[in-house]
Design a protein around this ligand. Structure first.
Ligand code: NAD
Length: 498
């Protein structure tokens, strides 16, 4: 059995650590590896290595940091197929989708390559007579990243290239369900010339996370995962005095106005609802059909659902893979059962899907509900599987109220041909990322990614200038160089500008 272990201080960890957790191949249902779960020894070693590496890395010149970032960016690009293969083998998503996530992660590394520009401070001459002011951005210290299973390359890369570019050192605790890609990324950082200890990987479950949250050697915590855990991370890390950003779960709506092109909207809803088997934080899980749009939309989605290919992610023509674990598959199927019991119309039922030659894989075919209502659990809960629910409302205002009343606020989309309606929608909607005729509006790396309400706890989103803000502390200097004849003697007054 392959064994996946920590990466600490520039090398594979050979010391003792806690127990192990199984890593499955979701397409066969078989265990393919065991990952070591970090205990206090491993967490102390990783944080200790990051602490020791911090002073030298914080002092490394911008030129040196930039050269390493460019080399890392190049290595990730050259190993993109290999990384995508690791993602698919442990997560289950199809290989083209895994390639897409590597590409989106790479874009953050490219953004971080511009760090000399991003860290420029400002300078004001003569703010008072003979006094100048300037500010600078300095690193925060040792940063921890705790990440979910659904984007094992991209989500950690929302964090570590920016944190490292800003002069911090980093301890990544990836998901225990698909941990291999993070170790490969650590090797690529080392190959790029990153000094040992600047980037470390400690595997584990909640026990390792709680050790990191309380560890006195950690200065900042970035988290991405489900909302209950995000809230726990935010509260625990903040009460331990750490800077924290915690991105949570989602319930993303796609509002379809009656004037929209229904066929285009249906295709978009299918891609955004069932892509990656619905295991995306930006997946559309609710289609809000306004007025007359409902019947045509449900027909158009239903017609297309029998047509797409479900199969092992590594098979080139598969369009949708299995779910990540059997437990998750059962949880999602349980929601479908509850939706039926609560009175929603199950238009397409994917629960009986079986894939020849892969009968023990964690399969669940696409499920489509019509006439879901806001009180049903299929509407209130984040299902995180290939289950799309259509909710029917009467008007534009009803759609906006529905979305705004939802406690999540990650992503939302509106489909319409009416520019005025879309402009009003973008302005009035209480959600962090908005798509206009774009179903999954994931911002580019030079903008910031983050939701509102229960989808993000803390004041900073990831990457873009909010990422740089999170991973730096601003220091403002007020400087005066008086000549001997300009000395003023003792003055107990509050300084005012002259
Ligand atoms: P999760 O919350 O179960 O786990 C996330 C991380 O937290 C993992 O590293 C896990 O080991 C750790 N963890 C789990 N339970 C914990 C606990 N009780 N205490 C401390 N740590 C714990 O999430 P997941 O199932 O891996 O990922 C799916 C979730 O992530 C979905 O809710 C999805 O919406 C969310 N997500 C959000 C975003 C975003 O940008 N907002 C992006 C990707 C995924």
């Amino acid at each position: 059995m392959r064994h996946i272990t920590h990466w600490i201080d520039g090398t594979t960890w050979t010391g003792e650590s806690g127990g192990t957790s199984p890593v499955f191949d979701p397409s066969t249902g078989e265990q393919q590896a065991a990952v070591t779960l970090g205990d206090r020894r491993a967490v102390d070693a990783a944080v200790g290595a990051a602490r020791d590496a911090f002073p030298a890395w914080a002092a490394a010149s911008l030129s040196k940091r930039t050269r390493i970032l460019f080399a890392f960016r190049d290595l990730v690009e050259r190993h993109a197929d290999e990384l995508a293969g690791l993602v698919t083998s442990e997560h289950g998503k199809v290989i083209s989708d895994a390639g897409g996530e590597v590409q989106r992660g790479l874009e953050v590394a490219e953004f971080a390559c511009g760090v000399p520009h991003l860290l420029k401070g400002s300078f004001s001459e003569q703010v008072s007579t003979g006094i100048d002011s300037y500010d600078m951005r300095q690193p925060v210290g040792v940063c921890a990243g705790i990440t979910p299973f659904n984007f094992p390359v991209m989500v950690p890369m929302w964090m570590h290239p920016v944190a490292i570019a800003c002069g911090n050192t980093f301890v990544l605790k990836p998901s225990e369900r698909d941990p291999s890609a993070s170790v490969r990324i650590a090797e690529l950082w080392a190959d790029a010339g990153l000094p040992p200890g600047v980037f470390n990987v400690v595997h584990g479950d909640r026990a390792a996370v709680d050790l990191l949250l309380r560890h006195p050697g950690i200065d900042a915590v970035s988290f991405v995962g489900s909302t209950p855990v995000a809230k726990h991370i935010y509260e625990s890390a903040a009460s331990a005095g750490k800077r924290v950003q915690a991105l949570g779960g989602a319930k993303n709506h796609m509002v379809v106005l009656p004037d929209a092109d229904i066929e285009t909207a249906a295709e978009a809803a299918i891609g955004a609802g069932y892509g990656s088997a619905g295991e995306r934080c930006m997946a559309i899980s609710v289609v809000v059909a306004v007025g007359a749009a409902g019947d045509d939309l449900v027909r158009a989605i239903r017609q297309r659902l029998s047509g797409f290919r479900i199969g092992p992610g590594l098979k080139a023509d598969s369009e949708m893979g299995p779910l990540v674990t059997q437990a998750h598959r059962e949880r999602v199927a349980g929601y479908v059962e509850r939706g039926v019991a609560e009175g929603a119309e199950l238009v397409v039922d994917g629960r009986d899907l079986s894939i020849e030659g892969h009968e023990s894989g964690f399969w669940l075919g696409p499920c489509l509900f019509d006439r879901a209502t806001p009180d049903m659990t299929i509407y209130t809960d984040e299902i995180f599987g290939p289950v799309l629910s259509v909710v029917r409302v009467n008007s534009f205002d009803d759609a906006v109220t529905l979305v705004n009343d939802n406690p999540y606020g990650n992503g939302v989309a509106v489909f319409t041909n009416d520019g005025g309606a879309s402009r009003r929608f973008a302005s009035d909607i209480q959600v962090g990322m908005v798509g206009i005729n774009v179903p999954i509006p994931v911002p580019m790396a030079y903008y910031s990614f983050g939701g509102w309400k229960d989808s993000l706890f803390g004041s900073h989103a990831v990457h873009g200038m909010q990422g740089v803000g999170f991973y730096t502390r601003t220091k403002t200097v007020t400087a005066r160089w008086p000549l001997p004849e300009e000395r003023k003697g003792v003055d107990l007054g509050f300084p005012v500008q002259t």
